[in-house]
Design a binder for this molecule. Structure first.
Ligand code: KG4
Ligand code: ZN
Length: 320
């Protein structure tokens, strides 16, 4: 069965096609260049660009898969959380297509989609899942598909946001994660960064203090590469400490790491060395995309979850 998945939650237009749980096509149209001049995502521009790009991108995806719309068995889109104007474009387009074709529609939570990208089909819960992206840093105990217990979240900036802000400070491009990762590899020394929230009782995250420290170090004349390396190591050490504390408390030694930050190789190495059974999304599936939405819908369908009513609207806030 073919599943179409669409994500327009922020500034990427994602269209993915999954066949029987396997990703066949995954197209992402980035809007980075459009927003660059403004120093951040401009919601109104994002919506307009999704509107312009979505239909041709969907037609291209179907063409690459060698199928027509009538071959689709299920249609899915991100319902939230995200920018409401941006969400509405993909969500309404997908609902319209489902209605016109008479196919079941699944409204998908963006974070469930991120997790679905890293979740091997034969991996049974319970396990831990860290979702670290530009908008989220959430640690879940996954009890089952659709049953997630939030163990901890960021108190301020998201992990990816931290990478983006420090990159901007250092005069690097957007998104900042890959730029910081590249610059850190060139570093001969490492600037000092304290690991955030050391000794906390809970399982929270915090990244804004690292950004403040980066400003101080830059003013003190530290080389940019040393700042990139120090920041990246402290951010990863922080994520590692909180996750390992959760492992200790729950006794669960299986971990999914998802979201854009999961693409970071130093972070992957950190978790692989920790003696956990750890799963990352395959290449191209960590950042926002449509295939992860299709994967989540496929799982829901397989497990007998009912499709979503077409009367259900998109929503910018949606706790998981
Ligand atoms: O999941 P995603 O595409 O979008 C959101 O839902 O936010 O995540 C994008 C975030 C950006 O903040 C980006 O800087 C970060 O993921 N990112 C990385 C890397 N690649 C992307 N952070 C660290 N290292 C990377 N290699
Ligand atoms: Zn995302």
């Amino acid at each position: 069965m073919w599943v179409l998945g669409i994500d327009t939650s922020c500034d990427d237009t994602g269209v993915g096609l999954v066949r029987d749980g396997r990703v066949v096509v995954n197209l992402v149209a980035s809007q980075v260049a459009l927003h660059e001049a403004f120093g951040g995502v401009v919601p109104e521009l994002a919506s307009r660009e999704h509107l312009k790009v979505l239909r041709p991108l969907t037609e291209r995806a179907l063409g690459e898969a060698g199928i027509g719309p009538e071959d689709l068995g299920l249609i899915a889109a991100t319902r939230g959380p995200g920018l409401i104007g941006a969400l509405l474009v993909g969500y309404t387009f997908a609902k319209g297509l489902a209605w016109a074709l008479g196919r079941p529609f699944y409204a998908i939570h963006h974070l469930e989609a991120h997790m679905a990208a890293a979740w091997p089909e034969d991996l049974a819960p319970p396990f831990l899942a860290l979702v670290a992206s530009g908008g989220h840093t959430h640690l879940f105990l996954v009890e089952d598909l659709g049953r997630y217990r939030l163990l901890g979240a960021t108190r301020d900036d998201a992990a990816g946001e931290g990478f983006d802000k420090v990159a901007r400070l250092l005069g690097l491009g957007f998104p900042g994660g890959p730029e910081i990762e590249r610059l850190a590899q060139e570093a001969e020394e490492k600037a000092p960064f304290p690991v955030p929230l050391k000794g906390q009782e809970g399982l929270d995250f915090s990244f804004s203090g690292l950004k403040t420290q980066a400003i101080r170090l830059l003013e003190a004349g530290w080389p940019k590469a040393a700042i990139a390396k120090g920041f990246q190591e402290a951010a990863i050490a922080h994520l590692g400490e909180v996750v390992l504390k959760a492992v200790e408390r729950t006794g669960l030694k299986t971990l999914l790491v998802a979201g854009g930050v999961a693409a970071n190789r130093a972070l992957q190495a950190r978790f692989q060395e920790a003696g956990l059974r750890v799963f990352f999304p395959p290449k191209g599936l960590s950042q926002d995309n449509g295939a992860m939405v299709a994967l989540a819908a496929w799982r829901r369908h397989q497990r007998g979850f009912p499709p979503s009513p077409l009367s259900l609207g998109a929503t910018p806030y949606w706790p998981l």
